[in-house]
Design a protein around this ligand. Structure first.
Ligand SMILES: [Zn+2]
Length: 138
């Protein structure tokens, strides 16, 4: 399945000037052509795509169990698609408020970012790393 969309309309219209690439859900959208894209950025964003997939599946399974055991509505499954983003924001807020980091330092300390930076220079990172590897950076 295609994961990276080059010369993306979404990236061109959604991103502020100075930003080139964004990961939304399991897909990476970039303004660049495939020939001009920096591999380090693509590697970084593909790690975020996997992190999103990991958390969506894990939270979806928990919600599904809640449906079976407690009778939760199936509508709660929609929540699983934003768990990655909720976790990201909550972790960033905790690092700013409790850790007293600046907003930029807190961003760099978020576990998802720390794992993604590992992959920037390793194009085989996703093949060789464990699932949920970001947990060790919490
Ligand atoms: Zn990142």
């Amino acid at each position: 399945m295609k994961k990276v969309f080059y010369e993306s309309w979404i990236a061109k219209h959604l991103l502020f000037p100075g930003y080139s690439t964004i990961t939304l859900f399991a897909w990476v959208f970039t303004k660049w052509t495939e020939a001009l894209a920096r591999q380090s950025t693509i590697n970084h964003e593909c790690v975020h795509a996997r992190q999103w997939t990991e958390l969506t599946i894990a939270s979806g399974l928990i919600i599904w169990a809640g449906m079976l055991i407690f009778g939760f509505s199936a509508w709660w499954l929609l929540l699983s698609s934003v768990v990655f983003y909720l976790w990201y924001v909550v972790e960033w807020c905790i690092r700013v408020i409790v850790g007293c980091f600046s907003s930029h330092d807190a961003y760099r300390m978020v576990s998802f970012e720390r794992e993604a930076r590992l992959a920037e220079t390793d194009s085989n990172y996703l093949e060789n790393s464990r699932y949920f590897a970001w947990i060790k950076f919490l």
